[in-house]
Structure formats: C-alpha cells, structure tokens
Design a protein around this ligand. Structure first.
Ligand code: NAD
Length: 472
C-alpha cells in the first residue's frame, strides 16, 4: 500500500518516502511520504486560506458536513480497520481495529451534534455580557501510533466543528490508515479544510514551530510534549497536551475477584496495554490478592494472541521493536529484582513483535515496571494492606492521567476517588472514555481536555461581547 498526503485538496507525494512495518510479521506493509519543509508550509498556507470560508459556513452547515464524514467513516470501516491491523497490530476482533473505526464514527458524530450557544454570563440594567466561542484559526494535530485513527479523529473533528481548519500529522509508525482516511474525508470537505502531512518528529517539529499555527493538539509521550510546549513558546499557540500516564487501579478487599477480573483485565490489556489510559499498575488488597491474581491468570491463559487479520485472535503484537525492547527489558529487570512472573515473561520464537500477557507479583514501587509507563501487555500487581498507603503510592507518580478504584462500597469509592490525583477516576472500570465526557490529564500527563462541550471549548477562542446602552 502506497499512500499520499492531502494538501489543499490534492493528493501529493513527499520529497522522500519511508517504509511502514507490519508488527505481526516484521515485514514492510506500506510506504508513506515524508513531507518537505516546503510542503509543511504549503499545508499550513492551505489551511489558513480555507479557514475564513469554513468558519463562515456556520455551525449548522459544518455539522451537516461532519455528519456526512461520519457516514463515510462507517461505510469504509472494514477496509480501514484491515489497514489499521496491518500497520498497528491490534486485531480486527475484540476491542481492536473494527472497534477503533466504530469509535472514530462515534467521535465524529457527537461533536457534530452538540449544541454550542453563547452563554449570558452577566446581565443587569447597565450591561449584558455574552460568552461566545470563536474559531482559533489553524490547528496542528499530532497523533501517536497506538490508536492512530481514533486519536486523529479526537483531534480533528472538534477543531473542524468549531470553525478551525487543520493540518494533521500521524505517527511515522502508523500513517497508512490515517492518510487514507483523510483522502476520503477530503471528498466531502472544501479544499484545504483538512490537510494531512506525514513524516517523523522532524516534520512534527516544523509544523509545531510554525508561526502560522494557532493551536496545537498533541497526543504522545511526555518527553515529546515538552518539546511541543517549547515550540509553542514563541508563537504562543494554544496547547492541548494529552501525554503519557501510569494509571493505578486500586482494588479493595471487598470485591468479588471473579466478578471484577474481566473488566480489570481489559482495563489493563486493551490494545496490548498500549493505551494512554490503561491500568498500568494494580494495587490489590491482601484479602483478595491471590484470588485476583488467579482470575487474571486464567483470563490470560484463555485469550488468543496472534496476527490480528485472523479474526480468531483478540490480542496482537506490540506495535514496534523499540516498544517491544522496552517492555521485555522492564520485565527482565523486575525478575532481577525478585518479582514473581506468574504468566508470560518471555517472547515466543517466530516473526513479529509478540509478547505474551505477563502477570507479575511480589513487586512494589521502586522497580521500573511499577514506576514507569510500560505501555505493553504486562500487569504488575502490588499487594497492600493499608488503603492510605495505596493511595499515597498511586499519587507518588509525576503523571496523573487516569486512575480507578474497585469496590462495592459507594462511600469509600467516592472518598478514594476524590483523593486520587488524576484527570479521570473510574469506579469499577478503567479507561472507558466517552465522546460526551471530558478527558484529559493532570500533572505531567498534560493539560486541556478533549470530548464533550468542554472539548469543543478547548479548540475555540472565548470571546466576550459586552453590550451597554443597546437592547441587544
Ligand atoms: P511520541 O511522543 O513518540 O510521538 C507522538 C507524535 O509526535 C508522533 O507523530 C511523532 O512523530 C511526533 N513527534 C516526535 N517528535 C516531535 C517533535 N519534536 N515535535 C513535534 N512532534 C513530534 O509518542 P508515541 O510513542 O507515538 O505515543 C505513545 C505515548 O502517547 C504514550 O506515552 C501514551 O501514554 C501517550 N498517549 C497519550 C494519550 C492521552 O490521551 N493522554 C493518548 C494516546 C497516547
């Protein structure tokens, strides 16, 4: 598969091209363009030129067009899902690429149906003040490799809805489905409204440093997020940063292990654990520790893993070699620190970046596998007796994307949730994002929120119109 970039309604090649690897085989599965600095500028100029007319269409017409885009995404979902599986690794089945495409349609439809009326924030006999949300201008969207299409949609659709135009750069590890999707969407939207360029971090750096960018929606690692924030310092571009996490799940002693195990398992394992808001460290009360470990191990034994194009599989490979090395290195290091590897812990022979579901016990904070975002199919389980201590450990991280508490006691759930330092705290689930519910990180997990009305406001310029002496 050879894909092209979309700049001002045209399909274009880059100055050079790069290979994309299928992580299930380790073989090349496609080729994508590298945008030249000139093409980055062309894409920004095209977005800039298209923006006033797009804004002038108004909410109603823009929403109609975005609903057409949602229909198109649905119609093309089978083909695009196969492409995602081929370049990203997540299987077609289960919470995999077909699920990702379904979510992409949903996360397009919802922002196109949310009301955005001006709010009257103050009124008396002398004045009336209205809060409006105007377009910002040109939005740069930079996406990661874990949910390539869905996260690009999270960034693009609210921005377009609010009257901005967009230049998108997918990850160089997973550009195929996203560039193909933008090519399709471009048939519905006016030229220049949505542009997509590809390439590595250098292209991302050129895009984010450009003074023609008004807002950057960045999703990726904390390390790159810092660079993006630095790049925005000169232009004072607005920022939404969705960065890494090391989400803690605290499982209290009153749960029925067999009842919570499946949601806990998928809360940690969705997309092979390569999800920003996966449960990445479990703190499990001693009373239920062994039963929870046993139940998770039973699930691990039963889940079929393999090439995701085979619909019998529900877990696939790790997406890339660097990530594979990081995950296996963290497990080896935990083993060297005396942890028990209950399941998994060694890669199978054969092609691809497969790594088994790995459950690790007899481990605690201070070991890399607990302290670092592993971003892979590994669940470190820390035993605890004292809830205050578990909360303190959960909060001891520099990141705070999500967290969860698992219990049958609503009062304790509420109390623990209020004490956890995270952008979202789930009770009895983990990572269950929804297009109506704002989502974003605390601490080094970033700032700003996506989704819902708050997400729309995040890609808009608040504008007060203050009336005096007019019966407006
Ligand atoms: P990454 O930071 O390596 O890359 C993300 C994107 O940034 C890629 O498109 C890359 O090409 C680009 N990039 C690299 N250097 C750049 C630079 N100097 N300037 C501008 N862009 C640059 O992240 P990744 O490895 O692709 O993604 C995994 C990380 O993303 C994990 O930490 C994960 O937790 C995080 N993530 C967060 C969320 C969230 O919503 N908070 C969602 C998904 C993933």
């Amino acid at each position: 598969m050879r894909v092209t970039m979309t700049i001002n309604g045209e399909q274009v090649e880059g100055s050079t091209a790069f290979d994309v690897i299928n992580p299930a085989t380790g073989e090349v599965c496609g080729t994508a363009p590298t945008a030249s600095a000139h093409q980055v500028r062309q894409a920004i100029d095209a977005a800039r030129a298209a923006q006033p007319a797009w804004a002038a269409l108004g909410h109603t017409r823009r929403c109609e067009l975005l609903l057409q885009v949602a229909d198109l995404i649905e119609a093309e979902s089978g083909r695009l899902a196969a492409l995602i599986t081929t370049e990203q690794g997540k299987p077609l089945s289960g919470p995999g690429s077909l699920f990702e495409m379904e979510a992409a349609a949903g996360f397009t439809r919802v922002p196109a149906t949310l009301p955005m009326e001006p709010e009257v924030v103050f009124a008396d006999e002398t004045r009336r003040d209205e809060l409006h949300y105007a377009p910002l201008g040109v939005v740069a969207a930079i996406a990661p490799w874990n949910w390539p299409v869905m996260i690009a949609i999270w960034q693009i659709m609210p921005a377009l809805r609010m009257g901005n135009t967009v230049v998108l750069k997918p990850s160089e590890l997973t550009p195929l489905a996203t560039l193909e999707l933008v090519r399709l969407i471009d048939s519905v939207l006016p030229d220049g409204v949505l542009n997509a360029i590809s390439g590595d971090g250098q292209v991302g750096a050129e895009l984010t440093a450009d003074p023609g960018i008004d807002k950057i929606m960045f999703t990726g690692s904390v390390e790159t997020g810092r660079k993006v924030a630095g790049a925005a310092a000169d232009s004072l571009a607005r920022l939404t940063l969705e960065l890494g996490g090391n989400d803690a799940a605290i499982v209290l002693g009153d749960v029925d292990a067999s009842a919570v195990a499946e949601n806990l398992f998928w809360g940690a394992m969705i997309n092979m654990g390569q999800t920003c808001a996966c449960a990445k460290r479990l703190y499990v009360h001693s009373d239920v520790h062994d039963a929870v470990v046993e139940a998770l191990a039973t699930l691990a034994d039963a889940v079929p893993m393999g090439d995701g194009l085979d619909e019998a599989n529900v877990l696939g490979p790790i997406q890339n070699k660097a990530q594979f090395d990081k995950v296996s290195g963290l497990v080896d290091d935990a083993r060297a620190h005396g942890a028990t590897i209950v399941r998994g812990g060694a890669a199978p022979e054969g092609p691809g970046y497969f790594y088994p579901v790995t459950i690790v016990t007899d481990i605690s904070d201070g070991v890399g596998l607990v302290d670092v975002e592993q971003f892979g199919p590994v669940i470190p389980i820390v035993r605890f007796d004292d809830l205050d201590d578990a909360i303190a450990r959960a909060n001891s991280s520099s990141v705070g994307l999500g967290a969860s508490v698992w219990t049958n006691d609503a009062d304790i759930a509420r109390e623990v949730a209020q004490r956890l330092e995270a952008g979202t705290v789930w009770v009895n689930s983990h990572g269950t994002v929804h297009p109506m519910v704002p989502f974003g990180g605390s601490k080094h997990s970033g700032f700003g929120v996506e989704f819902g009305v708050e997400g729309l406001k995040g890609v808009a310029q608040p504008r007060i119109i203050s009336y005096a002496g007019l019966d407006a």
